[in-house]
Write a protein that binds this ligand. Sequence first.
Ligand code: CJB
Length: 816
Amino acid sequence: MAAPDHTVEAFTWQFLHEINYGQGVDLDRASANDKYLALARTVRHYLSTRWLTALRHQYRDQAKTVAYLSAEFLLGPQLENALLATDLEEIAAESLRLLGVDIDELRSVEIEPGLGNGGLGRLAACFIDSLATLNVPSIGYGIRYEYGIFRQTFVDGKQVEKPDHWLRLGSPWEIPHPENAVEVSFGGRTEAVEGSDVARTWIPDWHVTAVPYNYMVPGYRNGRVNTLRLWSAKAQHEFDLAIFNAGDYAEAVRARTFAENISKVLYPEDSTPQGKELRLQQQYFFVAASLRDFLETVLPDDYDLHRLPERITWQLNDTHPVIAVPELMRILVDERGWGWDEAWEVTQKVFAYTCHTLLPEALEVWSVDLLGRLLPRHLEIIYRINEGFLEELRATYPGDELRVRRMSIIAEQPERSVRMAHLATVAGFKVNGVAALHSELLRDKVLNDFAELWPDKFTNVTNGVTPRRFVRLANPGLSGLITEAIGDGWITDLEQLRGLEPLADDAEFRRRFREIKGANKHRLARVLAERDGLEIAGDAMLDAMVKRLHEYKRQSLKLLHIVSLYEGITSGRLPLESVTPRTFVFGAKAAPGYVRAKETIELINAVGATINIDPALQGRLKVVFPANYNVGLAETLIPAADLSEQISLAGKEASGTGNMKFALNGALTIGTDDGANVEIRQLVGDENFFLFGMTEPEAAELQAAGYDPGEYYESDPELKAALDLLASGAFTGGERGGAVASIFSSLTERDRFMALADFRAYIDAQERVEEAYADHEAWSRSAVLNVARSGFFSSDRSIQDYLDRIWGAKPVHQAD
Ligand code: CJB
């Protein structure tokens, strides 16, 4: 079937058809949600034909496919992206205008699928966008959480979490396929198989059904539509009728609730894995369903699995899907009757592992006890993999038992457990970090033993972000200006932004650039007023720090800067006129169990509440913290920003991707030499970047020498004044306990991420920012150069690097 024509008439016909027959209402009686759903389904019609073609080709051509296994896909709003990809923006706008429908109202009805926590989940969403745009045959596999990342609210400045029931008004972008459900098993025991010394029979004691929900992933105007398949858990039995009839209604549905809890809610942890049984259930659930789906549905029945490496790479997005390794071994050895060695040979060629962290505490481990109870056969397989691995190690490093113990997949202390990063590194044919510095530190520190053993296994792929969503859609003003100057090729070839470089010296171009930034600030002001009841000035410098709340990211250092400015003004140290009018914008969710992160939020809100009403400041400083920062708000905020805060302690942020989005939208970065900041600075040039703080080796050295934050507190009077003001209860109505005491003592006594050591350098860098900002022309020149030189940070480039360095797959340009 052909797609509807790209005309206003055809579009209108489809839309009205959906209103009448999809929603069962007349247009003049239709609610905003009816119209939104009808519009979404209308766009879907345009995608369906291409999607079916892609699926047909998947079976027919059997081209090498990339399966991106990820526990998170933080998709963000879908409507605008689908309209863009299908080139229907103008047609839809005209059609709806003629029908008297307000498209902006429909956009505001959309609830974004927040199926991820932060950077890792959003990266997965950018990657599937780029895979489709680059015409790479690929499937994203993940979990269809019924509740995504919690909705953050503030009550008295404190974070209160509310469930995110994103499905409550219907979900027009997904297509369930209950008929293709697969069974996933858990628990039980294993038994020997007669005549085999490797295979065992797994006799599980409970099962759930995994129901696939398909999402279309359109490439940018290239006719390709890939698939994202998210799994939902369904109980095998609705309820126990006998127990129900006996009147115990809760007990009758107990088993069902238990099974369906698996895909109920996203774990709201970021960089701090929770060793919870349910989380391991989630991981195995989606991985087992995805492997089975690929092996039994995507591959032809007679496919020789010895040739699997020609056909697939399973990319493991962090350790969350690593249980796929023993699962594939189980399938090959137990179900298909293969010998151990041949199964292991194939397994080692189909998985590649991306590590996203440097924090040792963020590397997932599962206790042997739990793993053995939930997945007894997988634990046996992991033991056997480890046996072979340790044998190899002892042969390579005779007598070096310490090294063997360090590298073992099984840790003995503090309890016997499985180190998932080690399993991934042993099984994966490639291991990559997500920025140059991160990959270096993985190689030289975190996974150093492994890199010594297998130097060729380690590589880097610097992260990237999709220019479709984060420039073209988020910043229509700037997109228009760029396209006018260099054409629209940049949307799929972001290096073309280099063509803007000469225009940094063109005063008229800079004027227009500033005008757009100003308009974006006003747009943000409107959105914050409507969404959050917050008021910001449309013309102050916009200084943004948006990212998950984590100590290593150092929101507390930002807070100290603000408090120091306030202290300076109110004490007379800083003349008011000398302070650049600034709006500080925070956006951050704290993991619900992360007490110190929540206290930091509380303090930021308290400081903001005091500063925002202090007449002495005459509105020069403003601190806003809109609750529930999400992809939709990011798209409005980032294009409005002047200054991007990327101030983690060097050696702690794997990459960062917000930093890239800001630079691409013409914000200047104030940042440490950490993660992808390093590459941003190299590309945009030192003079267009505010670098400060210790380098990673300096931080490591200070730590080793015995870091004492008290010394910094005592020796820097401005730092002391800021901390003392905080501790005095000046922002908390005199209250000196609670969050105030906790943050004060954590900073002055331990300061794990050395905020105090970097305070002076940070304040100095902020002064350089103020000086630079005072010269609007020079600032705009730097901002334009940031845009022109950040093309490297396209996720299209990341995907090309994955293709070249890891996957060995190729784009397939499909004819119909
Ligand atoms: N990251 O978002 C997460 N969650 C984790 O559990 C571990 C890491 C982030 O991944 C991003 C994408 O690679 C990185 O840019 C970021 O530095 C890292 O913290």
